[in-house]
Structures are given as C-alpha cells and as structure tokens.
Design a protein around this ligand. Sequence first.
Ligand SMILES: CC(C)=CCC/C(C)=C/CC/C(C)=C/CSC[C@H](N)C(=O)O
Length: 483
Amino acid sequence: REQSSAENTAQMKQRNISPIRIGIIGGGIGGCAASWFLREALDEQAEIVLFEKDKIGGRVATVNIAGREYEAGASVFHEKNMILQEFLKEFGLESLTEDDSDITVISKGSEVLFKTTGWTIADIAKSVWRYGLSPLKLGPWVDDYLTRFGKIYPLQARNCSYLRPTDLILAADEKFGEMLQTPLRDRMLSEGFAENFVDEIAAAAMRVNYNQRTSVPAFVGSVSLAGMKGPLHSVKGGNYQVAVRACQSASDVVLSSITTIESLPDGRFRLHTSTGGLEDFDYVILAAPLRKDGAGSRGNIVAFDGFPSFFKPTEWIGAYQRTVATFVEGELNRTFFGSSTSLDAVFNIEDNGSWSSIGRQHDVLGDSSTSSGFPVWKIFSTDPLPGELISEMFLRTITTSTTQVDWRAYPNYGEPPLHPPPFSLYGNNLIYLNAVEWAGSAMEMSLIAAKNAALAIVNDVMGVDPESCGVTAPSVVKDGQEL
Ligand SMILES: CC(C)=CCC/C(C)=C/CC/C(C)=C/CSC[C@H](N)C(=O)O
C-alpha cells in the first residue's frame, strides 16, 4: 500500500526526523516528475530545490514555426503509459490522438521499398504479400511486452524501489533479462519475424525513434516498436507542459547549471552552481545524462568531488546519439522520394544516409494547416541538413520557417558506458535518474525512473525495506560484469 504524505509526515515528526533537503539536477520531464512524487509523499517535510541550466522540459520541447508550436523532441506516448495518463488527469491536460492512417513509405535513399496507407484491407494484404505473417504478429508481440512491463506500476504502488534499471525491468518480468542483452534483430528473427520485415519495418522504427539500427538491445527495440504501433498520443498544447506543471511542486527552481557534486564528510552533498552558488542537500537526484560530450552538443558533464576512490563515475558515461530535427514549411518534391503520389511520411533505412526520416506535422493543438497552405515537415538526420539537400527535397519552401534543433537525444546504444549505470550511485543518497535511458528511452521510462528515485529516498528516510518487490530475479551477467 502506498503510504500517504500525512502518514509519512506524522511518522517523521514522531521519530524526530527533521525535514530533508533534496537537490534535483535537471528540469527535464524526469527531474520535474521526481520533484512531484517527492512532494506527494513528503509534503512540507521536504525542501526540494531543482536546478535547470536551460529550459524546463529539457528534451521535451517545442519549436515555433511561423507562429505555431511543434514538438521538436519527445513527441508521443503510448496509451498504456500509466504515469503520463495520471499526470494528464492530475494537471487537467488533454491529449491528442496520433493519426495512424498516414501514407507512409519505407525507402532506401530514393528507392521505394514499401508504401502503406495504414490498416485498410488492401494495405494488410499488400504487407502480408511482402512480409508474410510478420505484420500481423507485430501488434500482439508489442502488446505482450507492454502488458508484461506494465506490472511495474503495481510494484511501484507498493513502494518498491530498485537500485538498478535492470532490477526494475526484471521485477516487472524476468523475460526481459535476455532482451536487455540480445540485439533486436536477433530476437525478432528468433521469434519468427521475417528477415525483410526486421530489416525494413523494425529498421524504420529504430531510425525514426532513436536514429539507430536494429542492433540496439531488444528491450529498447520493443519500446521503439511500441512507439510506432500505438495507440499513440501527445499532450494538447505541448508535452513539455507535464514537466512545467510537475516542477511547480519544487520549493525552488534555480536557473543555473551544476558544475560539481561534492560529497561532504557528514554524508550530505554540496552542489556548486556555475554562478558560484553553494547549497547543501541530504539527497541529490541527478536527472541529466552523464554523457560524452561532442562538438555542437549542449554538454553537461558534472564533476564529482570528495568521493572515495572506488567511486568511478567516468565508468557510467556513455555516448549520446546526435539527432538534428529540421522543420521546413513547404511543398514536398515527391519524386525526390521516389513517389508520384502524395505521402505523409518517409523512413529511410539506407545505411549512413544523409537523412533518416521525414514526416508531415501537426502543431501542438493538432492543427496541420498553415497560412501558406503548405505543410510543415520534420526531417531527422544525424548531421545538420545542407541547404542544397533541402532544395532537392522541396519544390518550394517558406524559407523563413526553416529551423534546425540539434539534440543529443538518446543514448547511442552502440557506444555504452564501461558499466551500465545504476540508479543508486552512492547509496540511495545520490540517485542517477537517467540511468534508465540505457535500458530504454521514452518519456514514460523517465517518469518510472522518477517515481523510483522518489520511492528510494522516501524508503531511505522512513527506514522501510518494502517486501515482495521481485528483486530476487538473478542479476544479468555479461562478459563477467553484472548488468
Ligand atoms: C516494453 C515495452 C514494449 C514498452 C515499455 C512502455 C513504454 C515506455 C512505451 C513507450 C512507447 C513510445 C511512445 C516510444 C517512443 S520512443 C521515442 C520517441 N521518438 C519519442 O519519445 O517521441
């Protein structure tokens, strides 16, 4: 049973536990949600200070094109993402349902491999002709994993918290153990999916969601396929609103970056801000990626000071995948994409292609019309798109509306850290929320990790060790290393 904030407060007072100070580094959806869950559990017994270097929402952000807002980062959630659904209810936000009847093309450069208009009988027949029964298997396959993963919600409702992302995922279902290690391609082939289906349809999903290939681990691969299969939604007015609303539960939001986390002899932590500020906390949640920096990226590697020599944060630093989102309002040059008829989205599975996908966009209110009459398109690529390529892709553009957003959007699963990062970096006093991304990256994954961080802190404060949390599952060991 989830303990109420009134019960926690009463217990803390009874046992003379003084209110605790919690510092959260990062105002993305995860950091903000952690603040919300902590406030919900501890009420006025927690002073929560959240540090954000840039903008609340982080990688959940919109971009303004000719006066309308479009999702530029994390764009969709799945109907079965329960924490997002609860937040929407709690904050009185509405959701938009994504259209699944788009005219979509899978291409290799300008060679069209497959074209579909959604789920009409003709489309199903066409896809079965090309891929056998695989398209019909995909829905139940993804649904099964969604249901299995959904078992994490009742565990969290029973206050279960986990030290590592692997523990959390295995607690939901042991079947995921192998999926955290096996490449998606191998897993799908071993489960009877046709090779061309994996190399075209699954490859397209990995491209559009993570700008990566089917060599990613099968767990994150299945998350990505869930992000294609739907039903999918977005938050009306912009997904970032969830972060903004959740962040209102922080006692203070400081617009500054943290340069150093210093471990103090009394077990507390001192956070050093880039403007020379110093603040001490009982608990710290690092809700920003520990990542290798790269040219043009917005780096955020924090320094650790005063920790014992066995504490090696560099071993938890991995590469993040660069993804550039280019927005263009204009008339598409269909022939460039190998099509003579209209289309809404193209997924390019060509290796090392100069672009990964292009899709017609609606704004955050669900409106796809524009004053020019030409749609707004979002093109994903690994590097900024050269102007000449944009000129080839479009017959006409409203040039003032071309905008590029350069993200280090998600982990590069091909360049992982030396060791998979745990949540609990230093007991439960220093928690690394973004460790979850190395298992799976999506808004809901960050929210589940946020709840885990809050539960770990509350359990620590209350001295509670919840039972029957399913952590008895054997650890996954690879190359002699515990994952
Ligand atoms: C184990 C499985 C199959 C799912 C776990 C539940 C979950 C986190 C589902 C999310 C599906 C989803 C919306 C994926 C999108 S991935 C990144 C995407 N480009 C975005 O964030 O917009």
